[in-house]
Ligand binder design. Structure first.
Ligand code: KG4
Ligand code: ZN
Length: 325
């Protein structure tokens, strides 16, 4: 069964054709990032205007790359929540119009559950239940997943999202946007010797990243004599990154322990970080837990994960927009 996925929750306009929930036949992503870079973050007004301009072409490219005519598409699966309102509206309106015009059913999908599903776009077959950690620019949450439509939240961030903290620290260090890849690159050359710590949360499975970001800001302010050196930036990046990864690993493994789960799925943009992946692999091996990540390209926002999850929910009898929160 061919499913057309559409994803426009943030700066990206993405479309993908996925066969039977696993085989990614096309994965087209057009980003308006270059138009936002000068502002140091995504400007909603620019994002949805660019999405309006590009969506028809992106969907056409996804269909032609997959060599699947629109008449063969049996389901349209579109991100409906969470995200930038104007951006989501572009995707949902396009999907609904296409569905009505072509007589194709439509499913509205939660973006975060899509990020978890990115793990299922591989040959690995998972057995439920699993614990899933989503670390993106807008969210940081731990879920207990009993099935594709039985997902329970165990903890989430009380303030900044993990990716947001990477972006803000990169801004403090006058690096580019999005900050995650810049921090990762500097961290590779730095020593994690500065004592930055993630705040302790009342509920152990919740997260808090705003304190560590502020600690970095104060450190930079108090140590800046003229311009901050490249070497100190590397040490700051390494120290910040290692503390954030430590918190993510500890809390995810705690969730597995509390819920007696042996499979851990990671997803979202920050899951592209190689130090994070290595730290999870080491800690999980020690705890005898199997940990999985999507390939790097599927950690970022994409429509293949939305098409894949749509397929699973459709097979379970889901219809229309009931699944979106
Ligand atoms: O999932 P995503 O593509 O979009 C959202 O749904 O938010 O995540 C984007 C976030 C950004 O905050 C970006 O800085 C972060 O993922 N990110 C990274 C890396 N690559 C992207 N963070 C740390 N290390 C990376 N290599
Ligand atoms: Zn995302």
């Amino acid at each position: 069964m061919y499913v057309l996925g559409i994803e426009t929750s943030c700066d990206e306009t993405a479309a993908s054709v996925v066969k039977d929930g696993r085989e990614v036949l096309s994965n087209v992503i057009s980003s308006s990032l270059s138009f936002h870079k000068q502002y140091g973050g995504v400007i909603p007004e620019i994002a949805f205007r660019k999405q309006l301009e590009t969506i028809t072409q992106v969907v056409n490219s996804a269909l032609s790359e997959a060599k699947v005519g629109v008449e063969k598409v049996e389901l349209i699966s579109v991100t409906a929540n969470p995200g930038l309102l104007g951006s989501l509206l572009v995707g949902v309106s396009f999907a609904k119009a296409l569905g009505i015009a072509q007589g194709i059913p439509l499913l509205e999908i939660d973006h975060l559950y899509g990020h978890i599903y990115a793990n299922f776009l591989s040959k690995v077959k998972f057995k439920f239940p699993c614990v899933a950690l989503i670390v993106s620019g807008g969210h940081t949450s731990i879920f207990l997943m009993k099935d594709f439509d039985k997902i329970e939240i165990l903890g989430s961030t009380l303030d900044d999202a993990c990716g947001e903290a990477f972006d803000k620290v990169a801004k403090i260090l006058e690096l580019g946007y999005p900050g995650g890849p810049f921090i990762e690159r500097l961290a590779r050359r730095g020593r994690p010797l500065i004592k930055f710590r993630c705040s302790v949360t009342k509920q152990p499975l919740d997260f808090s990243f705003s304190g560590i970001k502020t600690a970095v800001l104060y450190y930079v302010r108090s140590h800046r004599q003229g311009k901050i050196s490249y070497k100190s930036k590397c040490d700051i990046a390494a120290s910040f990154q290692s503390s954030v990864i430590k918190a993510l690993v500890e809390k995810s493994l705690l969730a597995c322990k509390v819920k007696k789960i042996k499979t851990l799925l990671i997803g979202g943009g920050v899951a592209a970080n190689n130090s994070l992946r290595q730290a999870f692999l080491n800690a999980a091996a020690h705890a005898k837990i199997a940990v999985y990540f999507p390939p790097h390209v599927l950690c970022m926002d994409n429509a293949a994960m939305i098409a894949g999850l749509g397929y699973r929910l459709f097979k379970k009898g889901w219809k229309g927009d009931k699944y979106a929160d």
